[in-house]
Design a protein around this ligand. Sequence first.
Ligand SMILES: Cc1ncc(C[n+]2csc(CCOP(=O)(O)OP(=O)(O)O)c2C)c(N)n1
Ligand SMILES: [Mg+2]
Length: 339
Amino acid sequence: MAVIKGSDSQLGSAFGLSNADLIEMYRYVALARAVDERMWILNRAGRIPFVISGQGHEGAQVGIAWAFQRGHDWIAPFYRSIATCLTFGMSPRDIMTAQYATASDPSSGGRQMPGHYGSREHNLVSVSSPVATQLLHAVGIALAAKIRKTGQVAMASMGEGSSNQGDVHEGLNFAAIHKLPFIFVVENNGYAISVPAAMQVSVADVAERAAGYGIPGIVVDGADVLACYAASRNAVARARAGDGPTLIEAKVARLTAHSSDDQQTKYRTPEDLAEGSEHDALPRFRTQLRDAGVLTDAIEARLIAEIAAAVEDATEFAESEPDPDPAMAMRYVYDEVVD
Ligand SMILES: Cc1ncc(C[n+]2csc(CCOP(=O)(O)OP(=O)(O)O)c2C)c(N)n1
Ligand SMILES: [Mg+2]
């Protein structure tokens, strides 16, 4: 964690964050949004086949990921985790090559569906299409960390709909019994495709279910980046101290349709959609940092230029990269004899 200097804002000091940390966190929120917006344009222009978006989830993802140690801890993300993956070390090029399914895409070399990010280099477990399976993977990593005494913490994130899968119950029960260094993050955006939360979950907050495993369950406003960071920091400290798992439920907004293949105006009311766009971490965090004097005109102008250049570079790079060789399609599917 960064050292607080005399000139750092009260806003950051209250959370143990320097001004540089706050600006970097804001940069990731804004970068993830910009990369995501470009993906939709490319989809509508016929350049990429499918988009599953993280818009509305970025603040929670950056705030939560910030408390983990990059390159040491592990995250098993899901298809909306663009901001999580960027914060944990993937680049806009890495995200965009996954959208284009190029041979150089570090997530899978173009083998997986777009949006199924992963990076061995950055301790990000490859996304599995069957939702919730990643919880088991992360709990397994947490078990290994405990046995090997590495001090690592593992996190899995998913939506509230996915959290109803049997894998979640099994994994949480196991992690709680063995006090594993594991954190379960539910990014509750109120919908599982077109199904509203009230028809998926019988309790008001998924976090209530933590009591059934004897672990803390925390509800946090997913548009409040610093509140998300604080919740995650406490959970990470608890996990590293050997006190076991925590469930964090971040209430977020889904600012787009489920994917580029559905139209959410068909199943959401105009009021519901308007409420969602009010619940957005990007403008909220910006105002908070502007008011605290952390985000100045000069810094903001620099960030806008840097982000625009990064999105342009990622798009041009992915456009120019070759498709995978069809002869390699079966690689990793069947056992191979390698000379
Ligand atoms: C086991 C399984 N069942 C169903 C699906 C199809 N599916 C993909 S995403 C999704 C909705 C998940 O909703 P939620 O967990 O709330 O996440 P969100 O997309 O809202 O972020 C479903 C049903 C799947 N991929 N895997
Ligand atoms: Mg959902």
